[in-house]
Design a protein around this ligand. Sequence first.
Ligand code: IMP
Ligand code: MG
Length: 178
Amino acid sequence: MESDESIEVLLSEEELQARVRELGRQITQDYEGKPLLVVGILKGSAVFLADLIRSIDLPLDYDFVAISSYGADTRSSGVVRLIKDLDASVEGRHVLIVEDIVDTGWTLRLSYLAENIKARKAASVKVCTLLDKPSRRQVDVGIDYCGFVIEDVYVVGYGLDYKGRYRNMRYVGVVKPD
Ligand code: IMP
Ligand code: MG
């Protein structure tokens, strides 16, 4: 094998696709008649967002923000910067923030992303995450839609990376160092 690690399947492509379609149906019901803007947090959410929006049967647009934390430990640095802002105004629009995974919660908390978007007069702001690791939570983050609750394991694939790899896997897996 060319890789140094082996990957164990946690969520198969079929499980992911079925759950994403369900989330799409629920969001379609909840946002009927509302102008929807889906906002992905780069880079991890891109794959999930691409599938999710195609399961939402409503007129919508999407955009991305990028958040950077200094160093590996967001909490100890306490610094999170918005390094790519939204392209257009959110005034009067219903914003759905899309995240790949909520782990400690610090990224969403310290970025004040939801508060920031509300302050720009969005009609509403909700959060949709593909994965939630509640056992790792250090600060409260309001999650409105969640794909899967998972154990405290480091996962890759379907947009999630380990050292810049595995984002293009069709399933979510756990890295097992050899
Ligand atoms: P938080 O600030 O601890 O909630 O971390 C959120 C971010 O950390 C996610 O958006 C991911 O980029 C990254 N992250 C956390 N857990 C994992 C994981 O298991 N695999 C890949 N990335 C992760
Ligand atoms: Mg992320």
